[in-house]
Design a protein around this ligand. Structure first.
Ligand code: E4P
Length: 220
């Protein structure tokens, strides 16, 4: 499982970069709108610069916000020109009318993260169109009453050999992270607080505290 951070917050990016487990960062228009209003591509460049400064050129996804295919294509090309970062991926929402956008960008060598995925069938088409990543919205799928883990397994089977990697997003708790990973998701993108929660266990803290107490008595 590769761990991605689902955030556009510069402080969170800095913290995640210091942890050693970070392999990528994903953003979307909602996530961007949580940050102070600024230039969209400019803010992404700040995140990219933090990654470069930390010598960790992790994957970084930025989403188009145009509503039609022609606008998405134009915006994606602009982002690729504006943001100086080798591991940039452009998020394109999955839909019948965006398949050509995915294929055109992939043909130009752009890494495309096909987003807002609900079904394995959408993933199969995204992979065929040349997606680098297919983002399944894991907990939102659960909220629809669907077996999200089975959706991950089916997608994995359908896109086998395509080179497309599955990213599970829309992660609400640590169980989601484990469940989608065990179902075969290549990547999980989640908020920082959930990765921190996953690294913590009260018993680990308690057991180490006892070691330190025993040692303190011995060493004095
Ligand atoms: C994934 O790339 C998305 O940014 C994200 O995980 C969306 O999930 P949410 O809006 O349900 O939290």
């Amino acid at each position: 499982m590769q761990a991605f951070l689902d955030s556009a917050n510069l402080e969170e990016v800095k913290i995640a970069l210091s942890k050693g487990w970070l392999r990528g960062i994903t953003t979307n228009p909602t996530i961007m709108a949580r940050e102070p209003k600024t230039n969209y591509a400019g803010h992404i460049q700040k995140i990219a610069d933090l990654c470069q400064e930390a010598n960790q050129p992790v994957s970084l996804s930025i989403e188009v916000f145009a509503r039609d295919a022609a606008g998405m294509l134009q915006q994606a090309r602009e982002f690729v020109k504006e943001v100086r970062y080798p591991s940039l991926a452009i998020k394109i929402p999955v839909a019948p009318e965006t398949m050509g956008v995915i294929a055109a960008l992939a043909g130009e060598g752009v890494r495309v993260n096909v987003t807002c995925g609900v079904t394995s069938g959408q993933g199969a088409l995204a992979a065929a169109a040349g997606a680098t990543f297919y983002s399944l919205f894991f907990h939102r799928i659960k909220d629809l009453g669907t077996d999200a883990a089975q959706t991950v397994r089916d997608t994995k089977t359908l896109i086998a050999g395509s080179g497309t990697q599955i990213i599970c997003g829309s992660i609400r708790n640590v169980d989601d992270i484990l469940e989608c990973s065990l179902a075969g998701s290549d990547i999980v993108t989640a908020p920082l607080k959930l990765w921190e929660e996953m690294a913590h266990h009260a018993k680990s803290v308690e057991w180490n505290e006892k070691f330190l107490q025993d040692f303190a008595a011995w060493i004095k």
